[in-house]
Design a protein around this ligand. Structure first.
Ligand code: SF4
Length: 340
């Protein structure tokens, strides 16, 4: 059985970023205002270790900045704080996020030596126009070169993507997902673009030069992208932004498809696509699914159940351990058929 994975997040908001990207305000997204010092990092680690079950797989992650843009000696100082925990196996992995244009052989040699096992690149898009309109400051070749270099060091590669950036389309987002697979990423995160207070995107939005995706579009695009990743070996670690206080209460959010259960909406949509064509001539149906899929089958806020109730008088959902993935069986009072 797979061990549950716990991440101890250390946020270093916009540390070493060459400039603030159009859409980014890490302080407001993460709720962390300042990068922690050495003592604060140790305190955070100890605090988490005190609450996480010892049998779990625990990883520490430096998120929210351009880690490999930090001077090498400072990167070394940060990573050396974690080393004793890795050696004593209290922490099982070390990961960090960074920009594609700040990855080189020298930095990778250091990260490898200090046992970094995953590097997540903010790729965002594999479309030149989207990168240009979003003023990312790097191009698609930078992402490809960095990804290939990370793979050559046998460090796990994460490629994060955003949807709905200026100039983006559904087709471009799908192309990005396919490129992430082609580059042999181990994992990905899918972030719908939000308009956060204090960003350049807010000014664009206010002047009518940027229109965010609607919730429906964001869920729809994400569902198609998750389906593509699920057919590959790329693990989808996150869909939708982490729910910081400012996003939850709306105080830092200007516009855009934020939902604290965004992943559930997406998984419900994937089930909806499977269920919408059920067309049995029956008054009532029962749908059997794997227990892990039950909530998504019923749908967020019972959305799928409500839809099916427009077609049938009665509907029941039951679990069957023998069904895997999104396979399901339907029984009706008139007929039985399997859909596997
Ligand atoms: S590089 Fe990443 S963390 Fe830095 S400003 Fe851009 S999006 Fe934000």
């Amino acid at each position: 059985m797979c061990k549950k994975i716990y991440i101890i997040p250390i946020f270093i908001p916009e540390m070493a970023c060459p400039f603030q990207c159009l859409y980014c305000n890490q302080q407001k997204i993460s709720g962390v205002v300042q990068s922690p010092n050495k003592e604060e990092i140790i305190d955070t680690i100890e605090l988490h270790l005190g609450t996480i079950p010892k049998s779990a797989h625990i990883e520490l992650a430096f998120f929210g900045g351009n880690f490999t843009g930090i001077p090498l000696d400072e990167q070394e100082n940060y990573l050396k704080l974690v080393l004793p925990y890795l050696e004593s196996k209290k922490i099982n992995g070390l990961r960090l996020s960074t920009r594609p244009d700040y990855v080189n052989i020298e930095v990778l040699e250091l990260l490898k030596k200090l046992k970094v096992n995953t590097i997540e690149l903010g790729a965002q898009s594999f479309d030149e126009e989207v990168l240009r309109c979003s003023k990312r400051g790097h191009n698609t070749l930078d992402i490809v070169k960095a990804a290939e270099l990370i793979n050559s060091f046998d460090i796990k590669l994460g490629l994060q993507m955003m949807i709905g950036l200026p100039g983006d389309t559904r087709e471009k987002a799908i192309k990005t997902a396919k490129k992430i697979i082609e580059l042999k990423a181990d994992n990905t995160r899918i972030y719908p673009t939000l308009v956060i207070k204090g960003t350049k995107l807010e000014a664009m939005f206010n002047s009518g030069k940027y229109k965010p995706l609607s919730m429906k579009e964001a869920v729809n695009w994400s569902a198609s992208i998750v389906e593509i990743f699920e057919k590959s070996s790329v693990k989808v670690l996150r869909v939708g932004l982490h729910s910081s206080k400012g996003l939850l209460d709306g105080s830092e959010l200007v516009a855009g498809p934020f939902h604290q259960s965004f992943r559930e909406l997406v998984l419900s949509e994937i089930w909806f696509r499977k269920l919408k064509n059920i067309n049995q001539s029956a008054d009532s149906i029962t749908i059997y699914v794997n227990p892990k899929e039950l909530n998504h089958t019923v749908g967020y806020n019972s959305s799928n159940k409500k839809f099916l109730l427009t077609k049938f008088k009665d509907i029941a959902f039951k679990t069957d351990e023998n069904l895997s993935g999104r396979n399901f069986i339907i029984t009706t009072s008139y007929s039985n058929f399997e859909n596997k």
